[in-house]
Design a protein around this ligand. Structure first.
Ligand code: ATP
Length: 236
């Protein structure tokens, strides 16, 4: 049984249909990348899975449960956590407080364990545990957003543009951490402008164009595909 099954999903903002009949699956233990140009509907897909947007048509099943109409907090309880585009950390709270909020469905003991795991993975956050999140650098805030999602102990981690706006060295560092997270057994669905890095991390990928899935393949074949290279990897 697939961990995540999306069938014929449509999501609209008023008259604008941002997703039109999207179907995809994510198997347990996989890393799956969603590629697409600006405005293709990638963020809409992530927010719809998380229960932050209503679905106009179609179904979403997670771990055998129909979550099509489930509220966002229940979806977190079931095991899906999202690191949102633009990070959205709580600037006036400390690093450790931001992380603990990510564990709102967890016991105090699990939160303590989670903090140690995240501080082990991101030593820069450990050094800054009492710093206000709003004063962190962009890369550090990204680590915090990913760490906060991990505090929920998700089975499925949704990552929306984790490398957006970061310097190349920080991008490398974030992707090293993502490899570690994937190797620890967390299933990952990732949206990323940095297509090469995303496909190197991923097992499979889907290409989204104006709200529709137009292509699906192994990450290796997508990386080698002339169409993908021309459209997303800057090669003619
Ligand atoms: P980007 O890479 O630029 O972040 P994206 O693939 O994540 O793009 P979405 O943000 O999902 O794309 O947007 C898909 C479409 O839905 C776009 O045409 C966008 O203008 C529209 N859209 C997104 N959010 C809203 C909203 N709150 N109200 C109206 N239209 C919206």
């Amino acid at each position: 049984m697939s961990l995540l099954v999306i069938e014929d999903l449509s999501v609209a903002y008023g008259q604008i249909e941002a997703l039109r009949g999207v179907s995809l699956t994510v198997e347990s233990g996989e890393v799956v990348a969603i590629l697409g140009a600006n405005g293709a509907g990638k963020t809409t897909l992530m927010r719809a899975i998380s229960g932050l947007l209503p679905k106009r048509r179609g179904a979403v099943r997670f771990d055998g449960t129909d979550i099509t109409r489930a509220p966002a907090d229940r979806i977190v309880c079931l095991g899906i956590a999202q690191s949102p585009e633009g990070r959205r950390v709580f600037g006036t709270l400390k690093v450790e407080e931001n992380l603990a909020l990510g564990g709102f469905t967890r016991s105090a003991h699990e939160i303590r364990q989670g903090l140690e795991t995240v501080f082990g993975m991101f030593p820069r956050l450990a050094e800054r545990r009492d710093q206000l999140a709003g004063t962190l650098s962009g890369g550090e805030q990204q680590m915090l957003a990913i760490g906060r999602a991990l505090l929920a102990r998700p089975k499925l981690l949704l990552l929306d543009e984790p490398s957006l706006g970061l310097a190349p060295i920080m991008v490398q560092s974030i992707f090293r951490s993502l490899r570690e997270i994937a190797a620890s057994g967390v299933t990952v669905l990732i949206v990323e402008q940095n297509v090469r890095s995303a496909l190197k991390l991923a097992d499979r990928g889907y290409v989204l164009e104006v709200g529709r899935i137009v292509h699906e393949d192994s990450a290796a074949r997508l990386l080698a595909s002339p169409e993908v290279q021309a459209a997303y990897l800057g090669k003619a």
